[in-house]
Ligand binder design. Structure first.
Ligand SMILES: N[C@H](CCC[C@H](N)C(=O)O)C(=O)O
Length: 270
């Protein structure tokens, strides 16, 4: 079958996008894994599928990691999904809504960037009590649409993200679903830098949107830093996380703002 696809990039987190509004595609886990393979396929951290909405949003957004497994949502992918689907609307619009497993999200075009109104975070664990060998930092946790462990470290460039990330991702404390693993450092009161090991990619990625949100909210909880918080990612971009407090440890109106760009489109035999 010849598949038409689009390649997009959200701050270095890259995606294959397929338009499946007619639901004619029924890609298997192996086919998605092949499409994301950087040597044998198109190459990407994940795949975004556009499907028709079921509950009143403009579209449904289905997200699949590079291993072909479906995940609840993807923050960088949501910005790319918003950029892509805004162009599909009958009338030009500044915002577009889409259903995900994590809830219905809205993407807003803000100058050259896309702002995502994220789902409300939950399952906050300021200290999970979990440890991994060789990492001398408390492991914290929050679900920002997908699960994220967060460790603040002193020397981010020297941190073995793959070794410690894999140990956290597969740690029994987060079983059976596992978690993404983020390592963060404070640059200034309103500015952090992070690196992320992603579940389902099983490697460090150049950016992780829900991971940025997790680290920024944890930074607020630990230091009181006000909204917005800037986040530097491995790929070199700086993105912005906005939020309002909802009680002592809750958050609402959480936003993720950053780039979402088309790279190329093509056809591939699968
Ligand atoms: N790998 C994640 C999903 C993608 C998250 C990331 N790419 C983002 O931008 O939020 C998981 O399995 O939970």
């Amino acid at each position: 079958m010849l598949l038409h696809f689009y390649k997009m990039n959200g701050a270095g987190n890259d995606f294959v996008v397929v338009d499946n509004r007619d639901l004619s595609l029924n890609l298997s886990q192996d086919q998605i894994e092949h499409l994301c393979d950087r040597h044998r396929g198109v190459g990407a951290d994940g795949l975004l599928a556009v499907e028709p909405a079921e509950n009143g949003a403009d579209f449904k957004f289905r997200y699949y990691n590079a291993d072909g497994g479906e995940a609840e949502m993807c923050g960088n992918g949501a910005r790319c999904f918003g950029r892509f689907t805004a162009a599909l609307l009958d009338e030009p619009a500044e915002s577009v809504s889409f259903e995900t497993i994590a809830g219905t999200l809205t993407a807003e075009l803000v100058e050259d960037n896309i702002r995502i109104a994220m789902s409300e975070p939950f399952d906050l664990q300021l200290d999970t009590g979990a440890t991994v060998p060789g990492l001398d930092a408390p492991l914290r946790f929050i679900n920002t649409g997908v699960p994220h462990a967060v460790a603040f470290v002193d020397d981010l460039p020297a941190t073995d993200v793959v070794k410690h990330g894999a140990a956290i991702r597969f740690h029994e404390h987060f079983a059976p679903k596992g978690t993404n693993a983020n390592f963060a450092t404070v640059l200034s009161p309103d500015h952090i830098a992070i690196r992320t090991y992603e579940r389902g990619v099983e490697d460090e990625t150049l950016a992780c949107g829900t991971g940025m949100v997790a680290c920024a909210l944890m930074h607020h909880l630990l230091t009181g830093a006000p909204s917005p918080i800037k986040v530097d990612v491995k790929g070199g971009d700086t993105l912005e996380i906005g939020f309002e407090k909802d009680g002592e440890e809750g958050f609402k109106n959480v936003t993720l703002t950053g780039p979402a760009d088309f790279v190329f489109e093509g056809d591939i035999e699968i």
